[in-house]
Design a binder for this molecule. Structure first.
Ligand code: GDP
Ligand code: MG
Ligand code: K
Length: 297
């Protein structure tokens, strides 16, 4: 199979004001596919999708990584930490001008648990003298084993395309999760499908590859305090369908049950979740399938 399309999810973490939003705006720019600034969704994850000829990068903001101040904070930290282990890469962004601080230590402690490649992105290099860069890098390198260290200026654009190229080489082959021009005002859709995907990967362990996709077919508010959600888990192989369904449907039931719990917490409402499994051979290659699969704007 000569499908070399790459795709993946990239979490961006860092203290407030290091330039995460600026970076996102620069990267996604007019190409923005998905962007949410709805207050109730900022605690969720999706920020933007960058679609290119050969790759799609889904950038995720994980605001919950800051030290929690209350119980909701705890929950957000948990979500954020789970996120960090589900994504394909993590950008740890720092402010070159401010340098190392307590907030960074907190994040670095969390990162010790993370098994995904972590890229140290030193932002705002336009504000420092080049001579100051090297000692800064050394200081941070002392504390963690990053995949790579990339200095950028999100504001002025220096080195940003290089960072994207580097990220791209680390992404796995995968489907184009979203049509290039998709604009949604419903980022919850994404978070929900990610939660389901997360459960699939957790519960099936290594038996099912990361290339599965979860497509939300329908979200409907049936009455004022319940959501009815239908989703399809798509796999490329029949044997995986068997694993996903399990003996007498037991696996699918477990996936549904634990995903439902998380979605209920996320949405703060009762949820009815209906899951299906479909085999789509070679579906990643067939663009037309994307529509059929329910990707829509
Ligand atoms: P966030 O809290 O991490 O999302 O940070 P923001 O993106 O909101 O940026 C915080 C401030 O830093 C804003 O005033 C930005 O204009 C500024 N900023 C972000 N990136 C850079 C940069 O590369 N250079 C400079 N000089 N300022 C930057
Ligand atoms: Mg921000
Ligand atoms: K790591």
């Amino acid at each position: 199979m000569e499908n070399n399309y790459k795709s993946g999810f990239i979490a961006i973490i860092g203290r407030p004001n290091v330039g995460k939003s600026t970076f996102m705006n620069r990267v996604i720019g007019q190409k923005i596919a998905i962007m949410s600034d709805k207050p109730q969704t900022t605690r969720n994850k999706i920020q933007g999708v960058l679609t290119e000829e050969d790759a799609q990068m889904v950038f995720i903001d994980t605001p919950g990584i800051h030290k929690p101040k209350h119980r909701l904070g705890d929950f957000m930290v948990k979500i954020a930490e789970n996120t960090l282990n589900e994504v394909d890469a993590v950008i740890f962004m720092i402010n070159a001008k401010e340098g190392y601080g307590k907030g960074d230590q907190y994040i670095l402690d969390r990162l010790q648990q993370v098994k995904r490649p972590v890229f140290l992105v030193i932002n705002k290099i336009d504000l420092i003298h080049p001579d100051d860069l090297f000692p800064l890098i050394e200081q941070y390198k002392d504390k963690y084993n990053y995949e790579e260290v990339i200095p950028v200026s999100a504001l002025e654009g220096n080195n940003v395309s290089r960072l994207l190229d580097i990220l791209k080489t680390h992404l796995p082959e995968g489907p184009q999760y979203y049509p290039a021009d998709q604009v949604t005002d419903h980022p919850e859709r994404f978070v929900i499908s990610e939660l389901i995907r997360e459960k699939v990967l957790q519960l099936t362990r290594e038996e099912v590859p990361h290339s599965i996709a979860v497509v939300l077919e329908n979200i409907e508010e049936r009455d004022s305090n319940a959501m009815f959600i239908q989703a399809t888990i798509i796999t490329e192989r029949k044997t995986q369908k068997g694993i996903l369904i399990g003996k007498q449907g037991s696996m699918l039931k477990n996936i549904g049950k634990s995903a439902r719990k998380d979605i209920e917490t996320l949405l703060g409402t009762k949820v009815y979740l209906e899951l299906w499994v479909k085999v789509k051979k070679d579906w990643r290659n067939r663009q037309s399938n994307l529509h059929e699969l329910g990707f829509r704007s």
